[in-house]
Design a protein around this ligand. Structure first.
Ligand SMILES: [Zn+2]
Length: 441
């Protein structure tokens, strides 16, 4: 078998790994590099964007790296609905011509992205339920093992092949008290460890962070503290978070009810992900929440809300300070809402540390501060495994080979150093691949 790093090994973003077993090949994930993607697409109409231009600016994986495998390709297997894992599919998948198999929420989100942009894919879309398998060729099956992360229906994918099992574990955490959905399927991972895993491709993003990542229940408690433990009587309460983080949104809604406030979601992406989650039966937000999607409707409703803002809990897009988001527009007067001193703005997120985000957030926070708004930052727990979770994964699945992924060389070296603590050695059974390089096992 051969494992080829296509994208996401020199940076966090545009994740894509290809594997070939004999003359059959598969792709795990096909995401965008968000910052490069947004920068490039801001002024372009999405339909006029050419895949080769996106590749050139580093916005999507360079799939020319697997052009020699094109006729061997059998299926594309995305692990979850985040854009750095599925966002390149609308641009690249049609030319690859093979089916895409993913969990129900992931497929719904992909469909919503296509619909939003007026795009179509010729690839058949196949739904695989978490903790079940799909036959991907006459001798190979892909098993989607349920794990916890910051979006629903996230899976590790075990590719069972005649050459042994490859476990692709990009983006997960071991959350034993999730606030939505099941616990991670540790029992199955342990079984795989007993049966033998030939190669583990693994999320290295927080491999240098020596802790166990706190549960989503901790983030929920943090939200409880700032929303119910702080007096917001007579003030606006505005929360911003990741639109794809359905578990977090569910907690925010529950607390809005406890506060006796009417809950309103403002912004296209909140509507998009909530609707996808409803379609697959994960939640039923639209029964409890007013969703406002379009700018025109938003202006009208916000005018009404602003007059009685103490009655509402507003959930808005724009946690990274994105200038075109609802929150930024509310702050800079492009939407009819005026902040009063001591209104509350809760950032249920962390700033993803790219230059653009840091600059945007600084601008947003400065404006809010000048209006004497109370800000609550970092009300959040990450969806990624930290070093001690990663150690547990290695103990559970006992892979013969480890390929650190999902991050630049420093992050992947941290993963390698953890493996070395457990008796592996880099170059022998830990393989540091750069984008474009391969390993034969
Ligand atoms: Zn993710």
């Amino acid at each position: 078998m051969e494992i080829r790093a296509v994208g996401g090994y020199d940076e966090v973003g545009k994740n894509c790994t290809a594997v070939r077993i004999g003359n059959e090949a598969f792709i795990f994930d096909c995401g965008v590099h968000l910052e490069n993607f947004i920068q490039y697409t801001e002024d372009e109409h999405l339909l006029s964007i050419r895949p080769e231009d996106l590749i050139k600016v580093g916005a999507v994986p360079d799939i020319s790296r697997i052009s020699d495998w094109k006729s061997n390709l059998k299926m594309i297997l995305p692990t979850h609905a985040h854009l750095d894992h599925i966002g390149a599919l609308p641009y690249l998948a049609s030319s690859l011509k093979v089916p895409i198999a993913a969990t129900p929420f992931t497929i719904e989100v992909l469909k919503a992205i296509l619909q939003d942009n007026g795009m179509k894919l010729r690839n058949p879309l196949k739904t695989v339920h978490p903790n079940s398998s799909i036959r991907v060729s006459s001798t190979i099956t892909a098993e989607f093992i349920h794990v916890t992360h910051s979006t629903p229906h996230t899976a590790m994918i075990a590719l069972h092949t005649p050459e042994g099992t490859i476990l692709y574990a990009n983006d997960f955490k071991f959350d034993l008290t999730p606030t939505l959905g099941k616990k991670p399927n540790l029992k199955r991972l342990e079984e795989l460890g007993r049966q033998g895993v030939k190669a583990l491709i693994v999320d290295s993003t927080y491999a240098a962070d020596p802790r166990k990542m706190p549960s989503e229940a901790v983030a929920r408690q943090m939200l409880y503290d700032v929303l119910l433990g702080v007096n917001s009587k007579g003030k606006a309460v505005i929360v911003t978070t990741f639109s794809s983080h359905i578990a977090r949104l569910k907690s925010i809604i529950e607390m809005g009810h406890k506060l006796g406030r009417k809950i309103v979601f403002l912004g296209r992406s909140l509507h998009k992900y909530s609707t996808a989650a409803e379609r697959v039966g994960i939640v039923n937000f639209s029964r409890e929440v007013q969703m406002i999607k379009y700018p025109k409707q938003m202006k009208k409703e916000l005018r009404r809300i602003a007059a009685r803002k103490e009655k509402y809990l507003l959930v808005v897009t724009g946690h990274q300070g994105e200038p075109q988001s609802t929150l930024s527009k509310m702050v800079n007067g492009k939407l009819p809402f005026s902040f009063s001193p001591e209104d509350h703005v809760v950032f249920s997120c962390k700033t993803i540390p790219t230059e653009t985000n840091i600059r945007n957030r600084e601008r947003l926070e400065t404006s809010l501060r000048s209006k004497h708004v109370r800000m609550f930052l970092d009300v959040h727990a990450s969806g990624h495994a930290a070093r001690e979770d990663l150690r547990d994964l290695l103990h559970l699945v006992k892979p013969r080979h480890i390929i650190p992924a999902h991050g630049g060389i420093e992050m992947r070296k941290a993963m390698a150093s953890l493996a070395e603590e457990l008796g592996y050695s880099t170059g022998k059974d830990v393989h540091l691949l750069d984008d474009g390089s391969s390993i034969r096992l």
